[in-house]
Design a binder for this molecule. Structure first.
Ligand SMILES: [Zn+2]
Length: 374
């Protein structure tokens, strides 16, 4: 199968984030086995979805990981001009949900696999495909926990998020949480008998916003735009009617952290303020929605040098979106972002990738294999 046929197959499995992914995992596993690779399916704790780990070449020795996620964001936008789960070719472009983010990259790796298997590799190439990345990298931590049982510590991991095939060395980390306040409802004419959850949440948010603004004072990292960590309240919901004391309120808050700052730790003052409400008789709950660490630029990275040679492009220091690369770095593995397509096409209607972009990426993976061949 060529890369376009593989991509058409992958796109036809919707594999929307947060849903079971057995069908796409089974297909990829069968394909890789038929290509002569060793395949391990790693079910996650959810029970109905799995990560996938594939090795081509010798099991021993330190190799490279080609990393991508199998899930895609939903495709409910009315602007789609054709079925987002049927690959449509128009000129040099291939349209469909996940073409750029990031089944195009998976298709390149899979299309390169038979060629890699035919090379006499001295060191292995691994494919590490995760689930539920779009929900805040839910699958990858389980894959990384199992990694020491699957291979020697890799020389590096290439995370194929769309970067126009330019290597990228850094991104911010992120954590998001839903805050919940439960008060006591009642007629608004007797506020003295109730506990207004919206009022209480307003206090927490006012504090969070002021605290978020203080983050502009540092720590600073000039690789990023803006150069400081940030906080925002993205969603708020609560109450029933203007004449009913609001018994319930929720708010979703996220922080984006520069390297060296723990995203989860950044949320701690907000959490403490929320839990203070218990003193006033409120019930509160803190639901962690997602969390992944920043990717810090690694000085003197051999992987960055390898990618510069393979792509002919000097690395870009930082991007504004997040990836699984920070998790690989946290696990002690040199990690870099490099993949086909542009991030501006991701998570949008009529997402597409160019045939030429796929060809360049497949060539990069084959050239990486050639460097490891005898
Ligand atoms: Zn992605």
């Amino acid at each position: 199968m060529n890369v376009e046929e593989i991509l058409a197959t992958l796109i036809a499995f919707p594999s929307v984030v947060g849903t079971p992914n057995g069908e796409i995992v089974d297909w990829i596993a069968d394909y890789c086995q038929a290509a002569g690779a060793e395949v391990t399916v790693l079910p996650g704790p959810e029970g109905d979805r799995s990560n996938l780990f594939v090795t081509v070449g010798p099991r021993a020795g330190r190799g490279y990981i080609i990393s991508g996620h199998m899930d895609v964001v939903p495709a409910g936008e009315p602007e789609w001009s054709s079925d987002p789960f049927v690959l449509r070719r128009e000129g040099g472009r291939l349209y469909g949900r996940g073409t750029t983010d990031m089944k195009g990259f998976l298709a390149c790796a899979l299309a390169a696999l038979p060629g890699l298997a035919a090379m006499n590799l001295r060191q292995p190439v691994h494919l590490a495909f995760s689930y539920d990345e779009e929900a805040g990298c839910r699958g990858a931590p389980h894959l990384l926990a199992a990694l020491p049982t699957l291979c020697e510590r890799p020389l590096g991991a290439i995370i194929g998020e769309p970067s126009r095939m330019q290597p990228v060395r850094a991104h911010k980390g992120k954590a998001a949480a839903r805050l919940e306040v439960i008060g006591r409802s009642g007629h608004s004419s007797r506020p003295d008998l109730g506990l207004n959850a919206v009022h209480a949440m307003a206090g927490v948010i006012t504090h969070a916003v002021a605290y978020g603004q203080s983050l502009a004072g540092g720590p600073l990292d000039q690789n990023f735009e803006p150069p400081y960590s940030s906080l925002q309240v993205g969603v708020i919901a609560g109450g029933q009617a203007v004449n009913i004391i609001a018994g319930h309120c929720t708010a979703d808050i996220e922080v984006r952290a520069v390297p060296g700052v723990s995203p989860a730790a950044l949320l701690e003052p907000v959490k403490a303020r929320l839990f203070d409400l218990r003193d006033g008789g409120f019930e509160v709950a803190w639901h962690e929605l997602s969390s992944y660490p920043a990717l810090a630029p690694a000085d003197g990275s051999k992987l960055a040098a390898v990618l510069t040679e393979l792509t002919g492009q000097e690395p870009l220091t930082a991007v504004s979106y997040g990836t699984e690369a920070g998790l690989y770095q946290q696990a002690g593995i040199d990690a870099i972002i490099c993949g086909p397509g542009e991030i501006s096409r991701a998570h949008r209607p009529n997402e597409y990738i160019e045939i030429g972009e796929l060809a360049a990426c497949q060539r990069m993976i084959e050239d990486l294999g050639a460097r490891l061949a005898a």
